[in-house]
Design a protein around this ligand. Structure first.
Ligand code: HEM
Length: 182
């Protein structure tokens, strides 16, 4: 993944736990570096080992670490050069979710090695949606949940997200139920 993701993790840990904790997380992850270039592409294994080391260091479960990071990512990108891109997709949660693929496509212009996920929002009833999430990567569903709550908080809306169990029809992707709350 692009170094921006690892730097997001770095910034989060440093702000919440301090520099010493970040150093020991990098040691536990077996890394010989403490910083990443945001616009350079790194092996996904580095990001996964950082997550594993955070679990080890803090005792927080992997799902929770990923969900917390998903929520933080929205704050992090808002403060970056890409914040405008996210806000450009629209003012509402639904507009922004519908704009996710176009947004990652625009990011691809700046990050040509990006392997973005893909999303499809399907209305299934009053204020209820199914969000289909396609990715080449494993295990990131809890991060998607955090990202969605973060996105809703950014647009000032309230949602409830549930990860739906896999069915034969959805075996190649993950599905989340999103309910818009008042
Ligand atoms: C301007 C805002 C954003 C930027 C700059 C951004 C950028 C990125 C980058 C750099 C990656 C790593 C992929 C790679 O390097 O190959 C990524 C992955 C990802 N992004 Fe975004 N992103 C943004 C907003 C969002 C939002 C709002 C969502 C909401 C669902 C989202 C969902 C994801 C997911 C789930 C991944 C993990 C990769 C995967 O599933 O395969 N992103 N994004």
């Amino acid at each position: 993944m692009y170094g921006m993701v690892n730097e997001g993790i770095h910034t989060f840990i440093q702000a919440n736990y301090g520099d010493g904790t970040w150093q020991s997380i990098c040691d536990k992850a077996g890394l010989d570096r403490r910083e990443f270039e945001r616009m350079a592409s790194y092996d996904d294994a580095i990001t996964y080992s950082l997550v594993g080391a955070i679990v080890d260091q803090t005792g927080i479960s992997q799902d929770e670490v990923l969900q917390i990071f998903g929520g933080y990512w929205i704050e992090f990108v808002n403060q970056s050069n890409f914040g405008k891109l996210m806000r450009m997709s629209g003012d509402s949660f639904v507009d922004r979710v519908n704009g996710l693929d176009d947004m990652h496509d625009r990011i691809l212009l700046a990050m040509p090695h990006l392997k973005p996920p893909s999303f499809e929002l399907e209305g299934v009833g009053d204020k209820t949606y199914h969000l289909h999430y396609y990715s080449d990567r494993e295990g990131l569903s809890p991060m998607v949940i955090g990202l969605l709550y973060g996105l809703a908080s950014d647009t000032g809306e309230k949602i409830r997200v549930t990860h739906l169990p896999a069915t034969p029809e959805t075996s190649d992707h993950e599905v989340f139920e999103i309910v818009m709350l008042d």
